[in-house]
Design a protein around this ligand. Structure first.
Ligand SMILES: C[C@](O)(CO)[C@H](O)COP(=O)(O)OP(=O)(O)OC[C@H]1O[C@@H](n2ccc(N)nc2=O)[C@H](O)[C@@H]1O
Ligand SMILES: Nc1ncnc2c1ncn2[C@@H]1O[C@H](COP(=O)(O)OP(=O)(O)OP(=O)(O)O)[C@@H](O)[C@H]1O
Length: 303
């Protein structure tokens, strides 16, 4: 969609179907085997010419989104402009549907979306490699927001290998009241694992097979998140949400990334609708959303 000479980019949220976390590195980050799957909840970022770098945001969580230069969308515009020696002046409007601070990479989606939108608006024609480099500078999850589909992220999650997906998966996401800070959750992981031998993170062959063959039951058996214990320790009430979802028919339940959103894998679209209704009335979450995967990465919408 173009609004008065603007460019709009649609970007998906993610769920981590496997998040294997290694020991803390000297730089404070953790090496990961991070199997990302893009899901059909989207933010849209519109870039339009302006006299200064400004941001607006609409959506149910808009009041929780910073509108200053700390917004990942603003940082994306600034990094891209600096690299090309052009002015970063642009208006960025974010239509936000991805829960904020929910472990679904909403801010990362806006960073990737702003990057692609500004690149098109300013006619820069950056290569995929250049865009991915800037994404990695913005944050560990940002490269995947650009790429979408499914991918294995290694290093701190920014080095991506795209993965084949052989079918559609159906999900319900229970959105919690309030967010969780990603660094705090990693810090809690460090506290809980202090003194323990932490193996090098590796992707599960069974999980990669389940994705490749589109086998929902096999995927349900292989879902794993090493940050789940940390998220539950910081937010014990999430245990009740996970139980409510499995009691109401989910094949599997887990915390999405650093949480506090919880993810439920179900067998089909109808079960997803029933489960979302059951979770909403369970009183264990703020709201529940259905989604499918894989979803396409950052995409410029037609005018
Ligand atoms: C939990 C996940 O969402 C799973 O995909 C990501 O690992 C987090 O990615 P992100 O939000 O893009 O995180 P970044 O902005 O890169 O880092 C925020 C903070 O999270 C912690 N962090 C992040 C990624 C990583 N591999 N190890 C870490 O320890 C660090 O404390 C870091 O300062
Ligand atoms: N465009 C943005 N949208 C939302 N939050 C943003 C944005 N830019 C910066 N932030 C800041 O980042 C924090 C984390 O927001 P975000 O929604 O990205 O969390 P998240 O989904 O848990 O991230 P991840 O799953 O990548 O760890 C917010 O609390 C907010 O202060």
């Amino acid at each position: 969609m173009t609004t008065s000479g603007g460019v709009t980019v649609r970007v998906p949220a993610k769920v981590n179907v496997q998040l294997a976390v290694g020991a803390a590195r000297p730089d404070g980050f953790h090496d990961l085997a991070n199997v990302f799957l893009a899901v059909s909840l989207y933010d849209e970022v519109t870039a339009t010419p302006a006299a200064a770098l400004t941001i607006t945001c609409e959506g149910p969580d808009a009041d929780k989104v910073p509108l200053d230069r700390t917004n990942l969308a603003a940082r994306a515009a600034e990094l891209l402009a600096a690299r090309h020696g052009v002015s970063p002046d642009v208006h960025l409007h974010i239509a936000k549907d991805i829960p904020v601070a929910g472990g679904m990479a909403g801010g990362s989606a806006d960073g990737a979306g702003a990057l692609l939108a500004c690149d098109a608006l300013w006619g820069l024609n950056s290569s995929r490699e250049e865009l991915l480099e800037i994404c990695a500078e913005l944050g560990s999850d940002v490269p995947f927001s650009l790429v979408g589909g499914a991918a294995l992220g290694t290093g701190r999650g920014e080095k991506l290998t795209e993965l084949p997906v052989g079918g559609n998966f159906h999900w319900v996401f229970a959105v919690a009241d309030g967010g969780l800070s990603t660094p705090t959750v990693f810090g809690e992981f460090d506290r809980l694992t202090e003194g323990a031998e932490i193996p090098d993170p590796t992707a599960s062959p069974a999980l990669l097979d389940a994705l490749r063959t589109g086998d929902t039951t096999a995927l349900a058996g292989a879902l794993a998140n090493d940050l789940q214990a940390a998220a539950l320790s910081l937010r014990p009430s999430l245990a009740a949400t996970l139980t409510a979802g499995t009691d109401a028919g989910a094949l599997a339940a887990l915390v999405s990334g650093s949480g506090p959103t919880t993810a439920f894998l179900v067998k089909d679209a109808e079960t997803a609708r029933t489960l979302a209704a059951a979770l909403t009335t369970s009183g264990t979450c703020r709201t529940a959303r259905t989604a499918t995967s894989p979803a396409q990465g950052a995409t410029i919408l037609p005018n």
